[in-house]
Design a protein around this ligand. Structure first.
Ligand code: G6P
Length: 613
């Protein structure tokens, strides 16, 4: 997965490209490159490593008198992360350049064919075939050549194309990888893989759909279907995010800023959707009529990574409060299984980005079988939201840190809203209960705000004897089992410590063998319905001298007989526990990772949005 940007307009292009790339670096940071047109010639700069490496070699090019160009930040899929494999890639003449995100699956055969025709390749990437393929078809009409070339591609692509002989025009094409245009009367036309890249310049955007092409100049944009060859009239949408929402605002890392933005994320997600006076939840955006809802006897939730953990929590909620059977599936498994879905099933995709390839493929398969599709998503206008029957937006604002934090919390809030809504429509929850659970959800924002600063200080101290551990285990029961999984995932992704999450009751079926005096175990033990069972499991770990860290309910003094390492959280309505218990899991990972000197916002080998399989 990579980030692409493009610009044509009155501003000098190099600073625009670099600023936009900086905002897309979460998509990949193996290498970066830009190209711009100066005095009729294309000038390319590429560097292996993070964007800072590219910025370091740019020198005077920063003031180049150029007003059109493309940029790319790479997360390698085909070809090692080297300068030669960094984008932009050129054709044989060096007059045509391409930046690309996605995977051209038939690139081997295309490459062989083009080599036979005399084309010379200088990289190992799949992208380079697109440059040569366009060159092969190019006479005088770039648009026609791009159309012909793109029709030969199999796989996913979002690409930007610039030809020195058509110096005022950028071409963009999209199939199964995100691409959005930004338009501004004063500043020109922008192209990007994701909205944060556009925010310093414009909030007026146009999303390209699969198999569409945009032909843009500084003052004009035209969109065409690559399938029907017709021009498309697409409305400009206004995005309500602003540029400072994707800045660090004084925090050391985006991840920490985003952890502290969680109260706002909860509030934004729930506001206007719960009517406490009448004890009702309003979610017209899910687009399911009463008749649709009556038909639904089964819910399947598909997701990846952190979003999958949010889905696991939702299973407990929906089954308990709405009485509907819920299955939760990892999207990469779901998409290749025989799916027993029909018009009585509701398939829910949970996705921060709305672009994750496996989740998208999952809902496409479910849709074909007649299932209704609902998306819980953070990015307005993303592919999943366009393909679903309905969307509950999470309104967490842009999330830049690769490790998802506020998006997760807002997914929990949205899924809890959905639970209450389903309970209301299925009449399993009376208004009084909706009112009290809804109030707990609304109030959780203030609670998170109060807890965070103190928690961070406590955890900073607590991790000192633990930060250099080689392994970590997390255990939890019921609603807190998915949070144990999330705690382990957070820790391994940003600190590179091996960590696993387990259901407390499952622990004795294997993992207990790992316990000795060197093994840290984080146990989530709120005073909930399964408290006694959880404590028994903790006792088993203590008996084998595991190094316990307990996260429990304020006032539960009995925990001190088990360990000195205790984090207390306020007593809350049980339904809110997953929101509150996520906070120490996030901060523990953050503090351990920073103590170990890790780059928490851009962990090695990972990308924020995975638009490839
Ligand atoms: C990547 C990200 C994770 C995210 C997962 C699913 O692995 O690094 O933070 O949870 O993708 O992404 P989605 O956008 O579908 O929630």
């Amino acid at each position: 997965m990579c980030g692409i940007v493009g610009y044509c307009g009155p501003k000098r292009v190099v600073p625009v490209l670099l600023e936009s790339l900086r905002r897309l670096e979460y998509r990949g940071y193996d290498s970066a490159g830009i190209v711009y047109l100066e005095n009729g010639k294309l000038v390319k700069h590429r560097a292996k490593g993070k964007l800072a490496k590219l910025e370091a070699i740019i020198g005077d090019a920063i003031i180049a008198d150029s007003h059109i160009g493309l940029g790319h930040t790479r997360w390698a899929t085909h070809g090692a992360p080297t300068t030669e494999n960094a984008h932009p890639h050129s054709d044989c003449t060096g007059e045509l350049v391409v930046v690309h995100n996605g995977i051209i699956e038939n690139y081997h055969s295309l490459r062989d064919e083009l080599k036979t025709k005399g084309h010379t390749f200088t990289s190992e990437t799949d992208t380079e075939v697109l440059a040569h393929l366009i060159e092969e078809y190019l006479e005088n009409d770039l648009v026609a050549a791009v159309k012909k070339a793109v029709k030969r591609l199999e796989g996913s692509f979002a690409a930007g194309i610039l030809w020195a002989k058509q110096p005022d025009t950028l071409i963009a094409v999209r199939n199964q990888s995100p691409l959005v245009l930004g338009v501004s009367d004063d500043l020109g036309t922008f192209l990007a893989s994701d909205i944060p890249a556009l925010l310093p310049y414009t909030r007026d955007v146009i999303f390209l759909e699969d198999m569409e092409m945009a032909v843009v100049t500084a003052t004009e944009h035209r969109i065409y279907s690559l399938e029907t060859d017709t021009e498309i009239d697409r409305e400009v949408q206004k995005i309500d995010w602003n540029a400072s929402m994707s800045e660090k605002a004084g925090y050391r890392h985006f991840m920490l800023k985003e952890i502290y933005e969680q109260p706002q994320a909860i509030t934004n997600t729930v506001s206007g959707r719960i009517d406490l006076e009448h004890g009702t939840v309003n979610l017209p955006e899910i687009n399911l009529s009463n008749a649709d809802l009556k038909k639904i006897d089964r819910i399947v939730i598909v997701a990846c990574g952190t979003s999958w953990h949010a889905a696991l929590v939702a299973k407990y909620w929906i089954e308990k409060y709405a009485g509907i059977s819920v299955e939760v599936d990892i999207a990469s498994e779901f998409r290749y299984r025989r799916l027993l879905l029909n018009e009585h099933s509701l398939t829910i995709a949970v996705s921060q980005s709305g672009e994750t390839a496996d989740t998208l493929a999952g809902i496409r398969s479910a849709k074909k079988l007649g299932s209704k599709i609902l998306t819980i998503c953070n990015v307005v206008g993303s592919t999943m939201t366009r393909e679903a029957d309905g969307t509950i937006y999470t309104h967490a604002g842009p999330e830049i840190g690769v490790a998802s934090t506020k998006a997760f919390i807002s997914q929990l809030a949205a899924l809890l809203l959905l639970t209450l809504y389903l309970g209301q429509e299925k009449k399993t929850l009376p208004p009084g209960e909706i009112r009290s659970l809804g109030k707990s959800l609304i109030d959780s924002a203030g609670m998170v705000e109060d807890i965070l600063p103190r928690l961070q200080e406590e955890i900073k101290e607590l991790i000192e004897p633990f930060y250099d551990a080689r392994d970590f285990l997390f255990v939890g029961r019921g609603l807190n089992f998915p949070i144990a999984l999330e705690g382990a995932l957070k820790l391994k992704e940003i600190s590179y410590i091996h960590a696993e999450g387990y259901a407390s009751g499952e622990f004795k079926h294997g993992p207990l063998a790992l316990i000795d005096r060197n093994m840290p175990v984080v146990a989530l033990v709120p005073k909930d319905a399964v408290y006694q069972k959880s404590i028994s499991n903790v006792e088993e770990i203590k008996a084998r001298q595991g190094r316990l860290i307990l996260i429990g309910t304020a006032g539960d003094d009995s925990l001190s007989s088990l360990t000195d390492n205790i984090i207390y959280l306020p007593e809350v309505d049980e339904i809110i526990n997953p929101i509150i218990y996520t906070l120490p899991a996030q901060l523990l990972s953050y503090e351990i990772a920073t103590r170990r000197g890790c780059d928490v916002d851009q962990p090695r080998n990972l990308a924020k949005c995975v638009t490839v399989e």
